[in-house]
Design a protein around this ligand. Structure first.
Ligand SMILES: [Zn+2]
Length: 277
């Protein structure tokens, strides 16, 4: 059976390794009182301080390039870590300013966040981000238009497909995602807000992601893992990720790409035949 997206650069499927470097911003956004909770903040600090160097080492050992989405505030606070990511050849994408949701924001406020973070990232790493992943995967009805207006190549937020596509009437590519391929839903647990979550064993997550990977391979899809250095960067979870990377690399017909590489390819190939393959 031919995959639905038979355009994956000659491969059956694409694999995009993406990391949202939320750091402390996600906790401050979740509850401003977390600014005065050193232990809650320390979950975030682990990301750029410990998780990022370990992930850069892992990716280098496998010769893989990934996409790191960064809030502007996090880039200001952890400039060295973000420079190290870019300096290793990985893609830097836009992930809001203080990890704020844009849900309900007027267009001008959403646009201000877009420009503020793009401007800072450009000063920091020498290139404007080409991709946008909204904090919490929230878009507004204005987001696609604003991204296109400001020259973004792609959004990585929607859940209406498992292959990339062009937004209707736009040159903006969507690199779709899903919560099942997000590490946070399996692993995130902090003392504030209330403990209402379960922490899953890495073996459980490996099983879920492995099944998904082989299904995407069978159907022909773009397998986008969304991970967080503060979450996947714990030792036992890094080992799990390495096990999965080894298995994916041993599978035929897999194109490992950054989200921008997939979007560039999609824009060039799909444009001629409509917004979806
Ligand atoms: Zn995030």
């Amino acid at each position: 059976m031919k995959g639905r997206f038979a355009l994956m650069n000659g491969a059956r499927m694409a694999v995009v390794l993406s990391f949202d470097v939320d750091a402390e911003a996600v906790w401050i956004d979740r509850d401003p009182r977390n600014r005065d909770r050193p232990v809650v903040l320390s979950h975030g600090t682990y990301g750029p301080r410990v998780g990022v160097p370990l992930l850069l080492d892992l990716l280098a050992r496998y010769g893989l390039k990934a996409t790191f989405f960064v809030p502007g505030w996090t880039a200001e606070q952890h400039a060295d870590a973000i420079r190290a990511i870019a300096g290793s050849g990985h893609e830097i994408g836009h992930h809001g300013y203080l990890h704020e949701t844009v849900d309900g924001l007027p267009p001008a406020a959403e646009e201000e966040i877009l420009l503020r973070t793009s401007d800072f990232l450009e000063r920091l790493v020498g290139a404007r981000p080409r991709g946008y992943r909204a904090p919490h995967w929230d878009l507004t009805p204005n987001s696609v238009g604003l991204l296109a207006k400001h020259g973004f190549l792609y959004s990585s937020n929607m859940m209406d497909d498992f292959v990339p596509y062009l937004h209707p009437g736009s040159t903006l590519v969507e690199v779709p995602v899903h919560w099942t391929l997000d590490d946070g839903v399996y692993f995130t647990f902090v003392s504030h807000p209330p403990r209402d979550r379960q922490i899953y064993a890495p073996s459980t997550v490996l099983s879920a992601w492995r099944d998904a990977f082989h299904a995407y391979h069978r159907h022909g899809g773009c397998f986008v893992l969304t991970m967080h250095p503060q979450t996947i960067g714990r030792p036992e979870r890094l080992d799990m990720l390495e096990t999965l990377l080894r298995e994916m690399r041993e599978t035929d017909g897999v194109w490992f790409a950054t989200a921008a590489e997939v979007a560039d390819y999609c824009r060039a190939e799909v444009r001629a035949v409509g917004n979806r393959p």
